[in-house]
Design a protein around this ligand. Structure first.
Ligand SMILES: Cc1cc2nc3c(=O)[nH]c(=O)nc-3n(C[C@H](O)[C@H](O)[C@H](O)COP(=O)(O)OP(=O)(O)OC[C@H]3O[C@@H](n4cnc5c(N)ncnc54)[C@H](O)[C@@H]3O)c2cc1C
Length: 408
């Protein structure tokens, strides 16, 4: 059996794998990227049809290529796929698609790694795991599979027509949950949206998009999440040209807001009585972003237009004032639950210990505790920006430099 040898093996051909390839080339490191499916596969097959980027095209991109569109617009998922395909060509990425790493082990003498792939064995001195920050969809075990309700994760949602007739309970009010709930309500579905703790920053304020403010306020560079907000999701949307997510607007559209989905028994879903508190905390966070932005403008003496109307918070909708605490799904006509409840990591192919005591990847800015093994693209790898298109490019540069330095 022949064994292919490469200096550095990059696993995963999404944005992280491509960024790694660009910087490895620039650092003179011979490498191979392998992708089990196609370039940017998750953007092709794990996102709904109408998804657009959460950030404007001037921001959600790599530095060395712009999107062929209005820079203030929000790229569709299909344009993002085309963008990364074009990017792979532009950098001449040595990428092999349709090859899956099934197992990765360390060579007994510690001099590198052996990857068992769907197309043979590859030996590498270094390995970069670029298999994504959001690898495995998570559906909490609340509603039994035999309950007669269709249950899907947001990663499997495509469009309203895919769902059986009837009402929909969307659980999770991060960017995916609110956008899917909004789309379903616009398609004429009766929608219930379970709203947990969230932040809902302004789409733009005083003439600048939220992603600009994250940069100006130094928040993209935050190195660790604030422990008090670690489990707080963020609701932003680039849909319909981009708009601030306001749960009052969703309620006005006919969506019934409910609290966090807590438990299910005998056909009835029970919700926590935290809806008003979650909405109030989201509002407070929203206003704090405006405060920080105002303070920045003042401090820097910037001549940005005033926007006092951004501070107007509407009255509480009835569903918040008098929250529903339980819903019999059949009686309410709910036939589908969409779990917009996030993702977990899945490193089942890794055959050596590179995790910390809590089972999370152990690393410093992606440099793992196993010499020659690197993580890229994980949430908070080096800072808040790490799992995003723009941020991963910068993390990849650091990893490539570490690999090149090791070779020297
Ligand atoms: C709904 C949603 C919307 C998002 N919107 C934005 C946005 O607007 N802007 C933004 O900046 N970020 C956004 N993100 C975050 C992030 O940009 C994406 O998650 C992005 O896909 C991460 O890219 P990646 O290359 O790190 O990982 P992935 O895109 O997950 O790529 C990893 C690749 O590795 C491959 N792979 C996995 N295991 C193996 C294996 N064993 N062998 C070979 N190949 C393997 C997979 O097929 C996949 O193609 C969004 C995320 C989600 C879930």
């Amino acid at each position: 059996m022949t064994v292919e040898k490469v200096d550095t093996l990059v696993i995963g051909g999404g944005q992280a794998g491509l960024a790694a390839s660009e910087h490895l080339t620039n650092s003179g490191v011979p490498h191979l990227v392998i992708e089990r499916s196609r370039i940017a596969e998750r953007w092709r097959s794990e996102r709904w049809d109408t998804l657009v980027a959460n950030g404007p095209a001037w921001h959600d991109r790599f530095p060395n290529m712009t999107f062929d569109m209005d820079p203030d617009g929000f790229a569709s998922k299909d344009s993002i796929v085309s963008y990364f395909e074009a990017y792979a060509k532009q950098i001449n990425a040595p990428i092999r698609c349709g090859v899956e790493v099934i197992a990765l082990s360390r060579k007994p003498d510690g001099s590198g790694f052996i990857a068992e792939t769907s197309q043979g064995t590859i030996e590498a001195r270094n390995v970069v795991a670029a298999t994504g920050p959001f690898q495995k969809s998570v559906i909490p075990p609340v509603v039994p599979a035999d309950s007669g309700i269709t249950q899907i994760h947001s990663a499997s949602y495509r469009n309203p027509a895919q769902l059986p007739e009837g009402g929909v309970l969307v659980i999770g009010a991060g960017s995916s949950g609110v956008q899917i709930a909004d789309e379903l309500a616009r398609a004429g579905r009766k929608v219930y949206l379970a709203v947990g703790p969230h932040n809902r920053p302004p789409r733009s304020y005083r003439g600048k998009d939220f992603v600009w403010w994250l940069g100006a306020l130094g928040l993209w560079n935050m190195e660790t999440p604030d422990p008090s907000t670690e489990h707080v999701t963020i609701a932003v949307s680039g849909a319909r040209g981009g708009h601030t997510v306001d749960f009052r607007d969703l309620a006005a559209q006919g969506i019934t807001l409910v609290g966090r989905a807590e438990s299910y028994a005998n056909g009835t879903m029970h919700f926590a009585s935290d809806l008003a508190a979650n909405i109030a905390a989201g509002d407070a966070d929203y206003l704090s972003v405006l405060d920080s932005a105002d303070a920045h403008i003042e401090r820097e003496g910037l001549d940005f237009p005033e926007e006092p109307e951004a501070r107007i918070i509407g009255p509480e909708p009835d569903c918040v004032k008098n929250p529903i605490l339980e819903l019999n799904l059949a009686k309410t006509g709910i036939t589908t639950i969409i779990w917009a409840t996030g993702y977990a990591l899945d490193f089942g192919w890794l055959q050596f210990d590179v995790m910390d005591e809590r089972g999370r990847p152990a690393h410093q800015r992606g440099v793992s505790k196993v010499p020659g093994f690197y993580f890229l693209g994980l949430a908070w790898l080096s800072r808040r920006a790490s799992p995003f298109i723009w941020g991963v490019w910068h993390d990849a540069k650091y990893i490539a430099e570490q690999i090149a330095a090791k070779a020297r």
